[in-house]
Design a protein around this ligand. Structure first.
Ligand SMILES: C[S@@+](CC[C@H](N)C(=O)[O-])C[C@H]1O[C@@H](n2cnc3c(N)ncnc32)[C@H](O)[C@@H]1O
Length: 290
């Protein structure tokens, strides 16, 4: 059987099993191509007419059976996730990376700002702190998470990407253990799933750490804490970018007094009021975010 035929057969099994996607792919075929090629240690651009050996076919069948039977995301089956064309080590101690902040890091409006000190809050696997270090060459990046288990995964990725001199892992409950450093750019993809959505999570997403997803009753508990403290940790012209998924309307309702930008529908920006002047809300208002 060729690799192409193995991909098609696996895709048909996935389609029949009504899997849920969103951990790096959106369709049964893309999911099958990832499993077959990377499950065999091959690059994505491999020649699909190549014959797969019996052992290779059996390996893919074993992995596909786990994907279907356990609803296990491929990223955990293969211990790899892809973001912005880069590969990262992942396991069930961290969510499978999929943040829209990865795309924002490529956009000129951020590059133009420049940043010498960057904070990635709620860093998980460290993937976005690593991408931020790449985007802002020469910047020092603090990458903070409350979970020691997640930080162990991040340590692996920082070493693999050889960024130990510029990406510094910090265990911290949001800003609490970060001291008085002020950052030019704070990026965060905090837990923001509402209590109701947590109850309805598809099985694939239940393999991810609850600590990484659950954001309290309306999903915005951590977002509120971040907004309340952000101004005290931003440089005078600093900016915070925070991903909130599909909670844009809820954010606009709950933080109606704050002037937030929306560089992407899933990500808002909050600029430090010291440079924002009269146009924007002052830090004391941000405290009202609680
Ligand atoms: C949605 S995940 C984001 C992971 C990573 N940034 C990504 O996009 O792949 C949220 C992360 O926030 C961490 N977290 C949860 N509560 C926290 C807190 N109070 N302080 C710091 N990190 C927290 C979790 O451990 C988890 O790694």
């Amino acid at each position: 059987m060729t690799l192409g035929a193995l991909i098609e057969r696996t895709a048909q099994r996935f389609a029949g099993a009504r899997l849920r996607y969103g951990h790096g792919t959106d369709t049964p075929r893309d999911e099958a191509a990832w499993l077959v090629l990377r499950g065999l240690g091959l690059p994505f651009g491999s020649e699909l007419n190549r014959e797969a050996s019996t052992a290779e076919v059996e390996r893919i069948e074993r992995l596909a059976a786990r994907r279907i039977g356990e609803r296990m995301p491929i990223a955990y089956l293969l211990n790899e996730a892809w973001l912005a064309g880069e590969s990262f080590y992942v396991d069930e101690r961290v969510i499978v990376p999929r943040s829209h902040i990865a795309e924002l890091l490529r956009e000129p409006f951020l590059a133009r700002r420049g940043a010498a000190r960057v904070l990635y809050l709620c860093t998980g696997s460290g993937c976005l702190a690593i991408l931020a270090a790449r985007a802002f060459v020469g910047a020092q990046v603090d990458a903070a998470d409350i979970s020691t288990a997640a930080l162990a995964v991040a340590r692996k990725n920082v070493a693999r990407h050889r960024l130990g001199r510029r990406v510094h892992l910090r265990r911290s409950d949001l800003f609490a253990q970060l001291g008085a450093t002020r950052y030019d750019l704070i990026l965060t993809n905090p837990p923001y799933v509402s209590a109701r959505a947590m109850e309805e999570l598809p099985p694939e997403y239940r393999h991810e750490p609850r600590l990484a997803l659950a954001g309290g009753s309306d999903g915005l508990a951590l977002v509120a804490r971040i907004l309340a403290a952000a101004a005290a940790h931003l440089a005078p012209d600093g900016v915070l970018l925070c991903e909130v998924g599909d909670a844009k309307a809820a954010v606009q309702r709950r933080f109606a007094r704050l002037q937030l930008g929306w560089p992407k529908p899933e990500v808002f920006s909050f600029e430090n009021a010291r440079t924002a002047g009269a146009r924007r809300t002052r830090p004391s208002r941000a405290k009202g975010a609680r």
